[in-house]
Design a protein around this ligand. Structure first.
Ligand SMILES: Nc1ncnc2c1ncn2[C@@H]1O[C@H](COP(=O)(O)OP(=O)(O)OP(=O)(O)O)[C@@H](O)[C@H]1O
Ligand SMILES: [Mg+2]
Length: 420
């Protein structure tokens, strides 16, 4: 329980060292003017420059109502003026709508160490006693992500093509654009196709050579350096871009990427790895280490064979993880003999998660203009399939999100409270 007196902090000339808060969504519900005033200071603080903060009026019940239909952000900060039983009862209602991985910080008006211990034991991330100082709030949020042993923020989704040119990068970039745009999930695209990467082109940017510099200094990469190397492509979309130059042959040593991926992963909730069609020690390591793997394939024999080999390899190497998802792309090219979807699925042993038709107009226009498929052909089957894939990956697919609701740390409160 953070009980630092606000006056003491304000009077202290030696400002405490508080780490920068990563790119996350934070929603605050506060019910007193004093907390509202502190929050106005939180929002403008330099340490919050990367985060998106939404300050609203209300308490725990306002949050429970607001999120009965919507997804909860990475962090919820809630103020309550209630006493012990009321706090526990209101939190149990919030727990029913709280998404997995949402961290809840409570600002309470009761300085009760027993209540504090109980709340922390039951899944609350932090309890602060009002009145709060802005730096106390920032410190509480920052510590959730920066302390040793803190959960990594970023979910890593690795995209690889079963052979060259199957559309893996295009799909990866479109998923990133949807997640960071409509769904407001801060996303970093890491383009690992050093010589030929297209992320800069597809996002209509002429970016710095982020990934090349990161590789050159991988032994000393930190958040400050990463910040300098990222290219901003949208309010919530950043790119660690490939140099796309052939003069220098840039190699990736086997363990160069690990510190870079760790740094990127500490910076935003969604990390899209655009891995070229290469089978090397580092590409295998990235695929094995990812939270989700997407293999993009086309309906021909070489793609089928490679997809099967990659799928079987990764399923064996990740026995406790979700199997890779398969996207069958560029389906239905006129006059081209193709392996039918049913036969393709039978040979691999799983159905493709999405089947995307060959659409020369939509994909060609998007590639030429640096636009996304959904902008060029919002009603196209390709846009619909990519959107479905994106919803699935960010856990917004209706079935998945119903299963997820109530899975958060806070949701553990529910059964415990019911027993009382
Ligand atoms: N469904 C589709 N219909 C038509 N064109 C497509 C489709 N999907 C991708 N393309 C086009 O295919 C080309 C190759 O796409 P992309 O660069 O995304 O593939 P890749 O698998 O990442 O290739 P590389 O092996 O070069 O990394 C691009 O011009 C893209 O616009
Ligand atoms: Mg590619």
């Amino acid at each position: 329980m953070n009980q630092t007196e606000p006056q003491a902090l304000a009077a202290d000339t030696a400002t405490p060292v508080v780490a920068v808060v990563p790119r996350i969504n934070i929603t605050v519900f506060c019910s007193t003017q004093a907390t509202q005033a502190a929050m106005q200071q939180v929002v403008v603080d330099r340490r919050m420059a990367r985060a998106h903060v939404d300050v609203r009026n209300g308490g725990i019940m306002s949050a429970a109502q607001a999120y009965s239909q919507a997804t909860t952000p990475e962090v919820l900060v809630l103020e309550t003026e209630g006493h012990r039983d009321q706090v526990l009862s209101e939190l149990s209602q919030l727990a029913q709508v709280c998404d997995p991985s949402t961290k809840v910080v409570l600002i309470g008006h009761v300085n009760d160490v027993i209540l504090y211990r109980e709340l922390i034991r039951q899944g609350l991330s932090e309890y602060l006693v009002a009145p709060v100082h802005q730096l106390q709030v920032i410190d509480a949020i920052s510590s959730l992500f920066n302390e040793p042993g803190a959960d990594p923020i970023g979910r890593i989704v690795a995209f690889i093509g079963a052979k060259g040119g199957v559309g893996s990068s295009t799909i990866a970039h479109n998923v990133a654009a949807l997640a960071s745009g409509e769904d407001k999930v801060d996303t970093i695209v890491t383009d690992l196709d050093l010589a030929f990467g297209t992320a800069g082109l597809n996002f209509n940017q002429d970016p710095a050579h982020g990934i090349a510099e990161a590789i050159a200094s991988s032994d000393r990469i930190d958040q400050t350096m990463l910040e300098r190397l990222l290219t901003k492509c949208g309010e919530r979309l950043n790119l660690l871009s490939a140099p796309a130059q052939v003069e220098k042959s840039l190699g990736i040593e086997d363990d160069t990427l690990e510190p870079i991926i760790d740094a990127v992963r500490s910076s935003a909730p969604l990390i899209i790895l655009d891995i070229p069609n290469l089978w090397t020690v580092w590409s295998k390591q990235l695929l094995i280490g990812a939270d989700d793997v997407i293999i993009t394939s086309t309906p021909d024999l070489a793609s089928l064979r490679n997809t099967k080999n990659i799928f079987d390899f990764l399923t064996a190497a990740r026995p406790n993880d979700k199997a890779p998802l398969i996207i069958l792309n560029q389906v239905g090219v006129q006059k081209r003999p193709e392996i039918p979807v049913a036969e393709f699925s039978k040979a691999i042993g799983v159905e493709p998660t999405a089947v995307i038709p060959f659409d020369a107009h939509v994909f060609g226009t998007a590639a030429s203009n640096g636009q996304m498929v959904g902008e060029v052909g919002p009603k196209s089957k390709a846009a619909e399939q990519i959107s479905m894939l994106e919803q699935l990956l960010i856990g917004k697919d209706p079935e998945a999100s119903m299963k997820n609701k109530g899975g958060s740390a806070l949701a553990k409160l529910l059964p415990m409270l019911r027993k009382k």
